[in-house]
Design a protein around this ligand. Structure first.
Ligand code: G3P
Ligand code: MG
Length: 258
């Protein structure tokens, strides 16, 4: 596999499985990662959070209730307590017993098969954010994923911090809703390679600015052929979808040639 730095300029677009294949399996679980890989996604996007005992887990929310049978804040629970929860049944009984994976467990599946996109969620009140960032970095370097991982965040300070420490890391700022700045203005503050926004935010102005300034565009969440057509017309390169199988199929059959 090419390092991300070489892969990105070598392709017109690539497919990112958003929270794995979260349209067909419970988000951010190993089942979702497996389905994302099997469907041919080039990259798997996973959200990460910190547990009370400073472990990095693959989890979207700050509270446990929406996607597990647990309750309370993620940061108040230990890894073992969180891993005793059922993270699958809320989606479908078929996935009863799916666990909340640690980042390491997810990387074991992904390494060598696809790129990883870690979304670093913003800090919570009273959190020492440096601990979370250090633990994420420790995991990525321990597993030799540093050249195969895209770090994304709405919290641009986190990305700037990573880049200051390790300029080789590949980063993409996620547009904060209602932030009117252009990709180049945001990138000049962070030094990020990419800029990610929602479909609604993918304006012609943002698209042209990113292209002119050699910043690649990522867009979420592209689940239909119409959305894909729109994203490609605005020159988005990283296409994040809850249905990577569907979107890979559209692209493979060249319904939307560039
Ligand atoms: O990386 C883009 C996207 O994942 C951001 O939003 O809430 O799905 O994590 P969310
Ligand atoms: Mg995310």
């Amino acid at each position: 596999m090419l390092p991300l730095r070489q892969f990105v300029p070598s392709v017109q677009q690539f497919v990112v499985g958003h929270r794995g294949s979260s349209g067909t399996a419970p988000e951010n679980t190993l089942a979702s990662v497996r389905q994302g890989l099997e469907s041919g996604a080039d990259m798997i996007e996973l959200d990460v959070q910190l547990t009370a005992d400073h472990e990095i887990i693959v989890f979207h929310d700050v509270v446990l209730g929406r996607t597990t049978d647990g309750k309370g804040r993620v940061q108040a629970a230990s890894l073992s307590a969180i891993q005793s929860l059922d993270a699958g049944s809320w989606f479908s009984e078929e996935y009863h017993g799916e666990i909340v994976p640690s980042l390491r467990q997810a990387i074991e599946l992904i390494r060598g098969k696809a790129y990883l996109n870690i979304e670093i969620k913003p800090p919570q009140q009273d959190e020492d954010y440096h601990i979370r960032l250090e633990k994420i970095l420790e995991c990525i370097f321990d597993t030799q994923m540093e050249q195969f991982t895209l770090f994304g965040s709405f919290h641009h300070g986190a990305l700037a911090h990573l880049k200051r420490q390790y300029p080789i890391l590949h980063t993409a700022a996620i547009n904060v809703p209602n932030d009117k700045r252009l990709p180049s203005e945001i990138a000049s503050e962070i030094g990020c390679e990419g800029f990610i926004c929602s479909i609604r935010e993918l304006t012609r102005k943002r698209s042209e600015d990113a292209l002119q300034n050699n910043i690649y565009l990522g867009v979420y969440t592209v689940n239909s052929s119409e959305d894909l057509e729109f994203a490609l017309s605005r020159k988005a390169k990283a296409i994040a979808t809850n249905y990577p199988g569907r979107i890979c199929g559209y692209l493979k059959h060249k319904y939307y040639p560039i």
